[in-house]
Design a protein around this ligand. Structure first.
Ligand SMILES: NC(=O)C1=CN([C@@H]2O[C@H](COP(=O)(O)OP(=O)(O)OC[C@H]3O[C@@H](n4cnc5c(N)ncnc54)[C@H](OP(=O)(O)O)[C@@H]3O)[C@@H](O)[C@H]2O)[C@@H](O)CC1
Ligand SMILES: [K+]
Length: 222
């Protein structure tokens, strides 16, 4: 079986697949666009139809997981939603995330985590803080943002984590519950599941796991 056909891949294998897809003509930037666009579609398909103009807060980290978040924010805003983007650790640091940040910066409200703590009433919260690049433990800013997301989730928001609930390592192979993580209602992961998604004991944190196609298999089949 080829690597791109596997149902679950490690974070390292995922990076390898992204490199191979990029070499086959599916650029990193296109993968991010596909990931965020598909995630926004899945979010729209899964919220109650009765909400007329949904309000969403998208929490973005500094890496490419945050970049996916900026694409989601743009897509939901284009669909007529009221959207705010929350910069958890300041402005984005990767090239593709920066590009997508510039596309939303003047179009939707952008705030830091402290300002976000004074807001509320969201129908949807998107967790785009950390994905496959997470390592170690949550530090202050991340921890505070995770707690805020969970608070909005306890209120009324449906929480969608992009790729991995922030706070959990993608290759998680421990049988202990983590100390702190986003508790998602839905986890939208890209291309294939990562080992953490197969952990039944973590279903409280993962919610429903949905695998979104971002074009990698098609690029590598050619
Ligand atoms: N590659 C691609 O083209 C595609 C990737 N895609 C998406 O990108 C995601 C992977 O992106 P990524 O590799 O940029 O890592 P990401 O998860 O955003 O985090 C990195 C940032 O977090 C930081 N950090 C880490 N641990 C930390 C801690 N404990 N506490 C605090 N900070 C911590 C870390 O800092 P550092 O490592 O320098 O310490 C860095 O700044 C992937 O899950 C998918 O969603 C899709 O768009 C499809 C195409
Ligand atoms: K995430």
């Amino acid at each position: 079986m080829e690597l791109y056909e596997k149902e679950t891949v490690t974070c390292e294998e995922m990076k390898k697949l992204e490199r191979a897809a990029d070499a086959a003509g599916l650029s990193y930037s296109r993968m991010m666009e596909n990931a965020g666009t598909r995630a926004a579609e899945i979010i729209r398909e899964n919220i109650p139809k009765s909400i007329e103009k949904p309000r969403a807060a998208v929490f973005c980290g500094k890496g490419n997981n945050g970049g996916d978040g900026f694409v989601v924010a743009r897509r939901l805003s284009e669909a007529g939603w009221s959207v705010v983007a929350v910069l958890v650790e300041g402005e984005p640091a990767t090239e593709d995330a920066k590009k997508n940040y510039l596309l939303i910066r003047d179009r939707i409200e952008v705030m830091n985590r402290r300002a976000a703590a004074a807001t509320g009433g969201y129908d949807v919260v998107v967790d785009a803080i950390y994905g496959t690049g997470f390592h170690g433990n949550l530090k202050d800013e991340g921890l505070n943002a995770v707690e805020l997301i969970n608070k909005f989730g306890y209120q009324k928001a449906d929480v969608f984590s992009l790729d991995i609930p922030s706070g959990l390592p993608g290759d998680y192979d421990d049988w202990k519950e983590p100390e702190k993580s986003v508790m998602a209602d839905y986890t939208i992961t890209f291309h294939a599941k990562k080992p953490v998604h197969d952990h039944r004991r973590l279903s409280n944190f993962l919610g429903d796991v949905i695998v979104a196609d971002i074009g990698i298999a098609e690029a590598l089949r050619k």
